[in-house]
Design a protein around this ligand. Structure first.
Ligand code: AMP
Length: 586
């Protein structure tokens, strides 16, 4: 383990990665062997009759593909305190809560030292490549990170989000200290019980150290945008705190107050400087470099469901580079961004072949030219999964994960595209979650389709200087025929109702999937409905998930809210201010 800054040799990390990725087929066979030997005692594997065999062929013949649902009873026994070898050889002592925003509730997944080890590997690898292109020194990082509430399961195991388990690890802390600028905020802020108070203090600590801040980061880009939107509301109060050296009354948590009192001293010059800078900005463009003049880049996951926040992030970032971080999940890491210069929209992730055993289900694209448009949709005929060394450039796959923490042939539910190779390891792009978001009959629309439709329709608001702050969708089957409902939260009111009618028509026309278009034409799917919700509605949704144990650090707005996710649907429906119905297909 790396003990201090001097010992982090990024050239060596890069060399090791280059070596490791030369023959991924061989590395995968060794990795699978290692996983199966470590866990040979696990009841799950024993019951499947592997009998100690560790080769890929026997593994695939004996072990079925599974989803989280198939493993729930095993994970529940672990959480309830059964410490026999159930999924892993050594007992699992910690549980991670995945964000569960897609399903509406967090899921339990096993967490262990091995996952910690792979987390560190991923961080070190991408940092080494990043630091070669964008070197940072011994300054500070404004890290907009938050822990979730930690609790004990019925069986006494510590449970919290994966990011919380990672942030709490001493081993991880040491790694961060050795490879990266130190966090501006004390631990009391990161682990504070109230996210809104922590966010205010993160901003305050960042401003206190403004000249030293070299990078602004978070796990997911949503947290960065959320933080600077909040800054727009509270900047004068922050300046007051700095001017007087007295922390705002909004911070009520004693441990945070104590920690901040050690940092906050009256500094009228700094307060005036920040006040002048903020007053001089036009619509907050370039806010981040204005506040933190030595920032080199902004860093976090910016792909997939984070893409809709990029426009606002770029606005705050002025010309600063946006660097997208790695690809993984609570269930396990997969790949590191080793091409940090690529813009987030084209970010790629190179698979680390020794942190898990990876399989890929080919998703054949289907061209439907029976109608007047060409549409692409995922074929649902299951093809056999193939290995890491067998994937092809240009193809899309559903990813299957086998890791060191008790998941074997686990369907993560993500679709990825192979866009190149780094030596022999594939470079992936994240495409979307596999489950369809919007589907009434023969229509098939994914998260990406929704994002593109919202982007196109949102352009009609530009002249009004209004932006879509956040959005989600719902399939309403209570009408006959059923129809799509799109919820928008807007930055300001729109005076001209005609514009929102046009947005609604544009949304309807922007779903170009052939199944949708043909169903709309024959009224198999009803007119699309756009519902505009009050300012702050999406924050209420975030607060709801935090109440369930999620952490802001892992929050992803659910892009489709089903009937089963009743509380969120109620929040949305109770906050509707206007509704519009499409006339696009009349
Ligand atoms: P969680 O349930 O909070 O562990 O979130 C894991 C999920 O977040 C993954 O299965 C992906 O769908 C998404 N995700 C993680 N990393 C990325 C990334 N770099 N780009 C896009 N989506 C990601």
């Amino acid at each position: 383990m790396l003990e201090n800054m001097e010992q982090f040799d990024y050239e060596k990390v890069i060399e090791e990665f280059e070596e490791l990725t030369k023959d991924v087929g061989r590395v995968q066979i060794e990795t699978l062997k290692w996983i199966l030997e470590e866990n040979r005692e696990a009841e799950y594997l024993q019951n499947l009759g592997l009998n100690g065999r560790t080769d890929p062929e026997s593994f695939k013949a004996c072990v079925p593909l599974v989803t989280h649902k198939d493993l729930e009873s095993y994970i529940q026994r672990i959480a309830d305190g059964d410490d026999s070898p159930i999924l892993t050889g050594k007992p699992i002592t910690t549980i991670s809560l995945s964000s569960g925003t897609t399903q509406g509730r967090p899921k339990f997944v096993p967490f262990n030292e091995e996952l910690m080890r792979t987390t560190i590997r991923i961080y070190e690898t991408s940092f080494a490549f990043r630091n070669r292109e964008f070197p940072v020194g011994n300054g500070k990082a404004l890290q907009l990170i938050y822990s979730s509430k930690q609790f004990k399961t019925k069986g006494g195991l510590a449970a919290g989000t994966a990011t919380t388990n990672v942030f709490r690890s001493q081993q991880f802390k040491k790694t961060l200290e050795s490879i990266r600028s130190q966090c501006c905020s004390p631990d009391e802020v990161i682990f504070g019980p109230d996210f809104h108070q922590s966010l205010y203090c993160h901003l305050l600590c960042g401003l206190i150290y403004r000249d030293e801040v070299e990078l602004v980061s978070s796990t997911f880009a949503h947290s960065i945008v959320f933080a600077f939107r909040t800054f727009e509301q509270v900047w004068e109060e922050l300046c007051d705190d700095i001017r007087t050296g007295v922390l705002s009354n909004r911070i009520a948590v004693p441990s945070i107050r104590t920690a901040l009192s050690k940092l906050l001293k009256p500094n009228p010059e700094l307060a005036d400087l920040i006040h002048n800078k903020c007053s001089g900005l036009s619509n907050w463009y370039g806010l981040i470099p204005e506040l933190f003049p030595n920032v080199k880049y902004i860093y976090g996951i910016m792909t997939g469901s984070m893409e809709p926040y990029l426009k606002k992030l770029r606005h705050y970032a002025g010309g600063l580079p946006l660097l997208s971080s790695d690809y993984g999940s609570s269930e396990g890491w997969i790949a590191a961004n080793v091409n940090p210069r690529l813009p987030p929209e084209s970010a790629t992730f190179a698979v680390l072949p020794d942190i898990g055993y990876f399989e890929f289900i080919p998703l054949r694209e289907k061209e439907d030219q029976s109608l007047d448009i060409t549409a692409v949709s995922y074929s649902f005929t299951e093809a056999e999964p193939i290995g890491l060394a067998e994937v092809k450039i240009g193809e899309e796959y559903e990813i299957i994960l086998t890791n060191f923490a008790g998941l074997y042939r686990y369907r993560l539910g993500d679709v990825v595209k192979v866009v190149g190779f780094h030596n022999s390891t594939p470079e992936l792009q994240f495409v979307c979650r596999r489950n369809l978001l919007l589907n009434i009959n023969i229509d098939k629309n994914t998260e990406k389709d929704l994002q593109l439709a919202v982007e196109t329709a949102g352009k009609l608001l530009l002249e009004e200087k209004v932006e879509v702050i956040d959005f989600t969708s719902h399939v309403d089957l209570s009408t006959d025929p059923g129809h799509y409902v799109i919820f928008w939260e807007l930055s300001n009111g729109v005076s001209d109702a005609q514009i929102l009618n046009e947005c609604c028509n544009c949304l309807d026309r922007s779903f170009v999937d052939a199944g949708y278009v043909s169903s709309r034409k024959v009224n198999g799917i009803g007119a699309l409905e756009l519902r505009v919700v009050r300012r702050g509605t999406f924050q209420k949704i975030l607060d709801h998930y935090l109440g369930l144990g999620s952490a802001v650090s892992q929050f992803k707005t659910p892009r489709c809210v089903g009937q089963s996710n009743n509380t969120v649907l109620q929040i949305l429906c109770n906050n509707v201010v206007n509704k519009y119905f499409s006339t696009a297909f009349c």
